[in-house]
Structures are given as structure tokens and as C-alpha cells.
Design a protein around this ligand. Sequence first.
Ligand SMILES: Cc1ncc(COP(=O)(O)O)c(C=O)c1O
Length: 344
Amino acid sequence: MIRKDIRALAAYHVPDSTGMLKLDAMENPFTLPDDLREKWASILSQVEINRYPDADMVNLRGLIAEQEGLQADQVLLGNGSDEIIQMLLMACDAGVCVTPTPTFVMYEMISRWLKRSVAPVPLNDDFSLDADKFLEVCSRENAAIAFLACPNNPTGNLWSEETIRHIAKDFKGLVVIDEAYAPFSARTHTSLIAPNVLVLRTFSKLGWAGLRLGYLLGDATVIADLNKVRMPYNINSLTQASAQFFLQHSEVFENQAQIICEQRTRLQQALSKHPNIEVFPSQANFILIRVHDADAVFEGLKQRNILIKNMHGQGGLLSHCVRITVGSKDENDALLAALEEILI
Ligand SMILES: Cc1ncc(COP(=O)(O)O)c(C=O)c1O
């Protein structure tokens, strides 16, 4: 009835976070300002939910394109960027998917669902990526598609511009530059867009995780082809109306991202002072740290009602690593105080 390899898979696990301080999922800690919330509620109350959503979303795509200096036909929208990863893996040529490892787990998970093999290319010990090694694997495997998370999750670092350029130029399959953490990063890569090079973004980390909206930027012909495997009406009316409203107030979210970046620096500095913590550089809204006993730190924080992500189970370069989302000042204070107690 159900494919054997699917039955053997573990489902994507989301831990229960009821009553916890949530520093596990790279969400924006700030709620909407009251005046914006009121206007938003009034806009939502006008949405005709008895009708199907706008299927082409020309206005919303136009707003996003304008922000990026592109045309509306260069934008594809997805129910979260996860859905776009799925569309890419469904539509691209048969063949291997190449990813650095460790990286965002959904590239491999969705490839498996679609019976596509994955060739992982290990990162160096300092989490840097060797472009020649990556390209060698692409060529050896005759690969069809490669994902580069820039900055990378869960390591948080941003590979050098030279590395990304080299891979984008020399790999002839689809190159997907996943910029989920662009709002917190020093560099983006839209200038590299080419018929085989696409840039993937999401609004999840900027503060709209609950809306589920991601977008892909690319060559208009490729976007038109990918659009053929998009579920009709994949972006619901409430998300469309919300996104159009929020994009007209983007400065609110940009300011929040700025505060998160300041908090990231503060958290990095405070964590670095601790002799039992190794802190890795981050260009994202989370920080990866290595401790002596990741399970004990994870459990100790959990007992204090703080939820982070324990990466130790993945082994290898992530041994004894935990990933901590940057929170508000108060949340970060609570985290630091709890770590102080656990790590004495
Ligand atoms: C690198 C990367 N890409 C994509 C996503 C998926 O984001 P969403 O589906 O919420 O848009 C994530 C989420 O953590 C991520 O880390």
C-alpha cells in the first residue's frame, strides 16, 4: 500500500513547545505592533474566503519583484520555501542532488520522497566549503541539481563569495542558492541569477513563519516551467492579503531584523567569554555552539523551560553542538543565565 522506503522513514519531528521559551526554530521573537495588528485584522476581515484565492498572484509577485529590482514573471511563490524545494526537485532533470553536509535537512528528505539520490559533500572542519571538491562530486555523479544554503543551516556561516560564484559558474545543472537567512546576512546573490542559477527566499525568519510564504527568483523561462508543477491556489487568500499588507510596512520587519542582528553580536560575545563553549561565526538569526556535553546542556535548558535544537545526534562535525535561535533581549538574558547555571 505504502512504499517500503517511505514506511522506513522517520517523520519530521516538531517538539512540543507548550509553555517553553522557544529558541529552536529560528522564529522572529517580536509580535506585531498594536497599530499594525489592528489594520491587518481589518484587512483580513474583508477577505472573501468563500472564493478561491487569486491563482496567479500577480500583485503580490509584483511587489516582491519590485523589492528585488526584478520582474513579476521572475518570481514563483510557495507555501513556505519548503514547497519550492519540492517543486524544484520534482521538475528538474532526473539525476543526483548534491548538497554540502551538514546542511538544511529538507533537501535530502524531499529528494528521498521523490526517489532522487543525494550526494553529500562534507564541509571542512571550520564549516567552509571547498568549491573544487563540490564541483568534482557534481561532475562524478553527473548531478542534476545542487542546493547551497547561504548562510548555511545549522552551521550559520556564509561561504565565501568566490566559492559560490565558482560553483554557480561551473556547475551546469540547477544551482539553488537558498537565502532563508538573507535578512540577517551581509551578502545576497541575486546578481548571480542565470538560466541555471536560482535564489530561494522565505518570509518565515523575518517574522511571518505562521503565514507560510516563500519565493524563488530566477530566469522567467525557468520560473514559468516550475510554475507548471505548482499546486493551483497554493497560497491561501489570508496569506496573500497579509503579505501584501506587510510588504507595504516592510520597515517594521527590517527594524526587527536589525535588533536581532544586534542581539546576535551581544549573545556571541557573552557566549565566547565562557571557557566551556566554542562559538561559531553566524550570519543568520541563530548561533551554533559546541559544548562538552550537548545532551546535558539541551536537557538542562529544557528543565528550565528553554527549548533549543540539539544537533549532537547528527554526529560528525555537529558532535556536541547545539543551535540556539537569537531571541529578544529578555529571552537571551534568560538563556545566558540558564547556561551559567548549567555549565559551572
Ligand atoms: C536554509 C533553509 N531553507 C529553507 C527553510 C524553510 O523555510 P520555510 O519553509 O519556513 O520557508 C529553512 C527553515 O529552517 C532553512 O533553514
